[in-house]
Design a protein around this ligand. Structure first.
Ligand code: ZN
Length: 387
């Protein structure tokens, strides 16, 4: 069983200040500025506002690039060492402990209750893995490095009291299915109940072919790197918006707090599936597009990670197509453009054409030994089944 990590170490206020400044400067304010301008544009509708909106978007992009340029040059070694990117101090997360552990549930001090009735039988603990960006060396550890958020994209019915019985039956059916497939570590049903479907120290088949990176490490085929948390519902419900209920969002916040505290997971490594999913057969990003828009980062207690330029593009030369861009949120579209810009800049700095540099990156991806060992198991919510 796990013990809940509690880091009571005092974090110097300078680190806290740096981190807060980093977050505010790089991410929050451009978005807030954009939101303000967009609201103004909607209200006034005038041309000057549209111009201001465009400027804000350009500014926002340069904010991403400022962020990206902190990343070390992707594995083509040119002597550049990774610069430090502030890590969220552990004391920004609430102190958390397990209050109760019964045969059918666990209770935590932040109010999180984890249901154990649908947990799959153990298949034995397996190490989690990551690779150093500067050397390409693979490292194993006993702790996961991040969280991937999913939507089950299963059929749903209206969320109202007339449907209580059917909603409960759908929930049970869904949990049984997920347990059988070992599809995610956790599923949050529409009532906000959190079910552990696969033990946290074992892989779940949730991420399939995937790529992510922070400033120091990259992750590929992330079933063996990140924890999978699924909302039961659809990214695009009948009104085109995610069907996530308030109860689900609240539970996701509590579960994220627990997982981040327990495994010292960084906020930059908590991302929706649509941001990490890739298709190696056509080198395209976004094979799975669950949570390609509308993920409630703020309500879940996370920075807007949609804004991160896609590592699949910057590290391994993946491409995007229109069908991905069409379902992606505006922020995610900007992250795609930012990724492409980084790719061009990296090519220029090496006196290579973008095409030639992209070929190098693609060859590097295809040479990863990991790809030969981990086929894509994830069967749910592929783009084909959810156009
Ligand atoms: Zn998914």
């Amino acid at each position: 069983m796990h013990t809940v990590a509690h880091n009571s170490m005092k974090v110097p206020s300078r680190a806290l200040a740096e981190w807060v400044e980093w977050r505010a400067g790089r991410i929050d304010s451009p978005v807030e500025r954009l939101g303000y301008l967009r609201r103004s544009a909607a209200f006034w509708g005038g041309r000057p506002f549209r111009k201001a909106l465009m400027d804000a978007r350009a500014q926002r992009l340069s904010a991403f690039l400022g962020f990206v340029l902190l990343l070390p040059a992707p594995m083509i070694t040119d002597g550049a060492s990774p610069r430090n990117q502030p890590v969220a101090p552990a004391d920004l997360l609430p102190r958390l402990w397990q209050v109760e552990s019964a045969s059918d549930h666990e209770l935590y001090s932040n109010g999180l209750r984890i249901e154990k009735r649908f947990t799959a039988r153990t298949q034995g603990a397996r190490p989690f893995q990551r690779w150093r960006i500067d050397t390409g060396a693979r490292e194993e550890s006993t702790e996961p490095h991040g969280i991937v958020f999913h939507m089950t994209e299963s059929d749903s019915i209206d969320y109202n009291e007339d449907n209580n019985k059917q909603l409960r039956r759908l929930s049970s059916g869904q949990m049984g299915f997920v347990r059988g497939e070992r599809a995610y570590h956790f599923v949050i049903d529409r009532f906000g109940r959190v079910f552990r479907t696969v033990p946290e120290n074992e892989p779940a088949n949730h991420a399939g072919n995937s790529v992510w990176a922070d400033d120091k490490y990259f992750y590929v085929n992330m079933n063996h790197s990140f924890i999978g948390v699924a909302f039961d519902g659809q990214t695009r419900g009948s009104d085109g918006k995610p069907t996530a209920t308030e109860a689900q969002v609240q539970s996701a916040r509590l579960l994220t707090q627990l997982l981040r505290t327990r495994y010292r997971i960084r906020a930059v490594n908590c991302v929706p599936h649509a941001q990490i999913s890739v298709n190696p057969s056509n080198m395209g990003v976004g094979w799975h597009v669950d949570w390609a828009s509308g993920f409630p980062f703020e309500a879940v207690g996370l920075p807007k990670n949609y804004l991160t330029p896609l590592p699949a593009i910057t590290l391994f030369g993946f491409r995007f197509d229109d069908s991905y861009a069409n379902v992606a949120s505006e922020e995610l579209q900007d992250a795609i453009s930012a990724g492409e810009t980084v790719l061009r800049q990296e090519a220029t700095s090496r006196n290579l054409s973008t095409a030639a540099y992209r070929r190098i990156l693609i060859n590097r991806y295809r040479a990863l030994p990991e790809l030969k060992r981990q086929p894509d198991f994830s069967a749910v919510s592929a783009r084909t089944s959810n156009p």
